[in-house]
Write a new protein. Structure first.
Length: 219
C-alpha cells in the first residue's frame, strides 16, 4: 500500500485482530495523522464488543520485511493492546526504514503488554521537527512486557529532534536492546537509550558514531 501526498492523512493500515500477515517491500508515504494519535500503521486488538468485556482474539504473527515509512507526522508503526484477552505478540520487523522531516510523535511505539516483538536492522531518521510540534519525542517507545528485542538500530538526527532515541520501560529483563548508534548533526536531549522503571532491558552497545561520547543511559 502506498499513498501520494495528501491522499492518506490518517491511518493507512488499521490492523484490528490481524493475524498471520506479511507486509513485504511496502512503502507508506505521506500517511498518518497530526496530533490525532494516528500513526501510518496501527496494530491493535478490536474494541470490546458490547456486553462481553473483551475482544475474542488478538493481533499476532505479523511480519514487516523491507518496508519503509516516510513523511509521517504522528508516527510510523504503533502496537496497542486494546481489549484483547491475550497480548499482541509475534510481530517482526526486518530491514525496515522510518524517516520523516515532520517529527511529531514516536516513530515506533509498543504498548506495555506487548511481547515477542523482534526488530532487526531498523533505520530511523528524524530530519526536522514538524512546524506544529512543541516537544521532541522519544523516537522509539519500548514499553515491552517480555521477550522483545531491538537489534541494529541506525539513527540519524538532523537536529534537536529527539528526547531519546529509545525510551525503555519494560516488565522483564528478557527485553534486549543492542547496537543503537546515532549519526548526524543532532543529538538526543536526554539519552540515546533512556531506561525507566524498576526493571531493566539487557543492554548491549549504544552510543554515537563520532567522538561525542559512548553509551548514554539515564534513570
Amino acid at each position: 500500500p502506498t499513498a501520494g501526498e495528501g491522499q492518506a492523512e490518517d491511518r493507512a493500515v488499521d490492523g484490528a485482530e490481524l493475524g498471520d500477515s506479511r507486509f513485504v517491500n511496502c512503502p507508506w508515504d505521506w500517511c498518518s495523522g497530526k496530533g490525532r494519535g494516528a500513526p501510518a500503521v496501527l496494530l491493535r486488538n478490536a474494541a470490546a464488543p458490547s456486553g462481553l468485556g473483551w475482544s475474542e482474539d488478538n493481533t499476532n504473527a505479523v511480519y514487516f520485511v523491507n518496508c519503509r515509512w516516510e513523511s509521517f507526522h504522528d508516527g510510523a508503526l504503533w502496537l496497542r493492546q486494546g481489549y484483547g484477552r491475550a497480548a499482541l505478540s509475534q510481530i517482526f520487523l526486518v530491514n525496515c526504514k522510518m524517516e520523516t522531516a515532520f517529527v511529531y510523535g514516536p516513530f515506533l511505539s509498543l504498548h506495555p503488554t506487548v511481547q515477542n516483538v523482534r526488530v532487526d536492522n531498523l533505520y530511523v531518521a528524524a530530519d526536522r521537527m514538524d512546524p506544529g510540534a512543541e516537544t521532541p519525542p522519544d523516537l522509539i517507545e519500548f514499553a515491552a512486557r517480555a521477550q522483545c528485542s531491538l537489534r541494529g538500530v541506525a539513527v540519524w538526527l538532523g537536529g534537536p529532534t529527539a528526547r531519546s532515541c529509545v525510551r525503555a520501560r519494560v516488565s522483564h529483563p528478557s527485553n534486549r536492546i543492542t547496537d543503537v548508534w546515532v549519526d548526524g548533526p543532532g543529538r538526543p536531549s536526554v539519552a540515546v537509550v533512556d531506561m525507566t522503571g524498576s526493571n531493566r532491558s539487557v543492554l548491549g552497545r549504544a552510543g554515537f558514531l563520532d567522538d561525542r561520547g559512548g553509551r548514554v543511559v539515564t534513570e
